[in-house]
Ligand binder design. Structure first.
Ligand code: A2P
Length: 269
């Protein structure tokens, strides 16, 4: 254990919801991902989130919502996080190391699940920043490829470094023994950056509105008959994309009432 977390970890160990960190990867000075042990009893649907965190200075759990980035068949749980220098949780969480413990409340919830969508031919996953996390789970779930003929993941970040976690994950998918074959020919990846040069520049909302995305991918525009969508990003991003999807005739669904698209706010700070 790191010296920093020694005291905290000792205290967490006495809690019922402690899980052990097994791997940490830093993607940039602003982004990292980590894996923890999975409670034996935890069942979840790909795309859902749980509350995770550390013990605060006051001895009380400091928890935030985090999408589970690993698929439901994985033995461990993976998370993808931003590092906020003065963020109450992430300023500390970014220092975790294998062997450390975190708190994980094993009560998965969320709307970015297949159950909240009506059957369709094509599914779009729209992410900005760490909003990629729930799709990291869904993209590794065989159900995604069983349900749809075509899976399109768009990821918009300020910089190329912001895309790296997603880019590597998608690259590995195609070599994956479990779903590599299902993915081939079905998955389209459309990464864009807004503040650094890359092959696709601009906000995905702009590129949808002016038709660039459809031209680049050689496909028909979004329609309620064929298309389903899941959206995960900042509040403004979610609002703008919602408006756009509604303009194509898609309606927002929920677990209790499946429709054509669903939205969830990405964890920030
Ligand atoms: P931009 O650089 O033009 O603000 P952030 O780091 O602020 O969470 O943003 C992540 C990415 O999402 C950035 O590339 C940002 O573009 C983009 N973005 C932010 N707000 C919106 C929005 N309302 N619609 C589309 N893209 C957005």
């Amino acid at each position: 254990l790191t010296e920093l977390n020694q005291a905290t970890a000792t205290k967490i160990a006495t809690l019922p919801d402690a899980q052990t960190v097994t791997e940490v990867r830093h993607w940039s000075d602003r982004l990292f991902s980590f894996r923890v042990t999975r409670p034996r009893s935890l069942r979840f649907r790909s795309g859902e989130f749980v509350m995770i965190g550390l013990l605060g200075d006051n001895g009380k759990p400091l928890l935030r919502a985090y999408s589970i980035a690993s698929p439901s068949w994985d033995e461990e749980l993976e998370f993808y996080s931003i590092k906020v220098p003065d963020g109450p949780l992430t300023s500390r969480l970014q220092h975790i190391q294998p062997g450390d413990e975190i708190i994980l409340r094993p009560k998965p919830v969320g709307t970015l699940v297949h159950d909240a969508l009506l059957p369709g031919k094509r599914i779009w996953f729209f992410a900005t920043g760490t909003g990629f996390a729930p799709f990291a789970s869904l993209l590794r779930d065989p159900e995604t490829y069983e349900n749809y003929d075509e899976v399109i993941i768009t990821h918009t970040c300020r910089t190329v470094a912001g895309l790296e976690y997603g880019r590597q994950l998608i690259e590995k998918l195609e070599e994956d023994p479990l779903i590599g074959e299902m993915v081939a020919g079905k998955l389209r990846y459309y990464p864009t950056t807004t503040r650094e040069d890359s092959p696709h520049m601009g906000r995905i909302t702009t590129l949808l509105k002016d038709g660039t995305v459809f031209r680049d991918l050689g496909i028909d525009p979004i329609s309620p008959e064929t298309d389903r969508a899941m959206v995960c990003g900042s509040l403004n991003f979610n609002r703008d994309l919602k408006e756009l999807l509604e303009s194509y005739g898609l309606r927002e669904g929920a677990n209790s009432e499946p429709r054509e698209y669903v939205v969830e706010k990405a964890f920030v700070g």
